[in-house]
Design a protein around this ligand. Structure first.
Ligand code: HEC
Ligand code: HEC
Length: 145
């Protein structure tokens, strides 16, 4: 008799805790940056012969999230760079909303190439070692592992 009651209650408890844990981890997932991001080339992106880029958040924690995620409100889910209405032009490299420019704009600190170029300019002035950002093939970004 007692066992008959115990099991449904136990099952209910396990389910409740399980669901809460899932909800919590989904929430945390949206806010905590994944340590390493493998860029998935969005559909329609021009083919390239270069190796895909991996992005490591941990190496970039000196920067504010909002520098790169520049339309993020700090609370909702982080959108991908290629989200609709963002850098969603997959063809024209000259346009500011092109997928290419988001990462390769030499004159924007929030682009990968822009910030690393600025850092290299500083390093050069100080006679320090520069990051290997060119040529594009097998450089620091499109790195063969
Ligand atoms: C130097 C630039 C940069 C900084 C700083 C940065 N991120 Fe990111 N983050 C990226 C890039 C690039 C992606 C990959 C976007 C894509 O796939 O289009 C990304 C992806 C993400 C994703 C995954 C989004 C998805 O769709 O899977 C989350 C979550 C995220 N960042 C959170 C953060 C948080 C929180 C911070 C600050 C603590 C932060 N990021 C700082 C560049 C940055
Ligand atoms: C605002 C500046 C800034 C932006 C934007 C930025 N980075 Fe970096 N990046 C850094 C700094 C600083 C380091 C050096 C971290 C270290 O070695 O301590 C770095 C290092 C790296 C490294 C070298 C890691 C290693 O193995 O030493 C790679 C690869 C890299 N970044 C990729 C990217 C990509 C891809 C993007 C764009 C999605 C990007 N970065 C955007 C500042 C930036």
């Amino acid at each position: 008799m007692r066992l008959k009651l115990f099991f449904p209650v136990l099952l209910g408890l396990v389910l409740t805790i399980g669901m809460a844990a899932v909800a919590f981890s989904q929430d945390a997932e949206q806010k905590d940056p994944p340590s390493e991001v493998d860029f998935k080339r969005p559909e329609g992106a021009a083919a390239t012969k270069f190796v895909g880029v991996k992005f490591n958040h941990e190496l970039h924690m000196a920067e504010d999230c909002m520098l790169c995620h520049h339309t993020w409100d700090g609370a909702s889910a982080v959108k991908s760079c290629s989200a609709k209405g963002c850098h969603d032009d997959m063809k024209n490299r000259e346009l500011a909303n092109s997928y290419f420019r988001a990462f390769h704009d030499k004159h924007s600190k929030r682009s990968c190439v822009g910030c690393h170029t600025e850092m290299n300019d500083e390093a050069k002035k100080k006679g320090e070692e520069q990051m290997k950002i060119s040529p594009c093939s097998n450089n620091m970004c499109h790195a063969k592992s």
